[in-house]
Design a binder for this molecule. Sequence first.
Ligand SMILES: [Zn+2]
Length: 67
Amino acid sequence: MSITRRFPPIRPALVVTCCECGTATSAPVEVRYIERQSGPGFPLYACPGCAPSLVPGPHRNDAIRNR
Ligand SMILES: [Zn+2]
């Protein structure tokens, strides 16, 4: 058995830019989900330092209720 079969390559972690401070982070926290009419939506991520100070939501699985 070859070494590459025993130890297959590990995919790199998701590295995204924080929506608050703009730094790249490999430990992103999803804080918001932006819906778009023209296509699929996209999540906004924050770094672990900024995430507690941001108001969370809405996320992609949140139900929006009309009053
Ligand atoms: Zn940040």
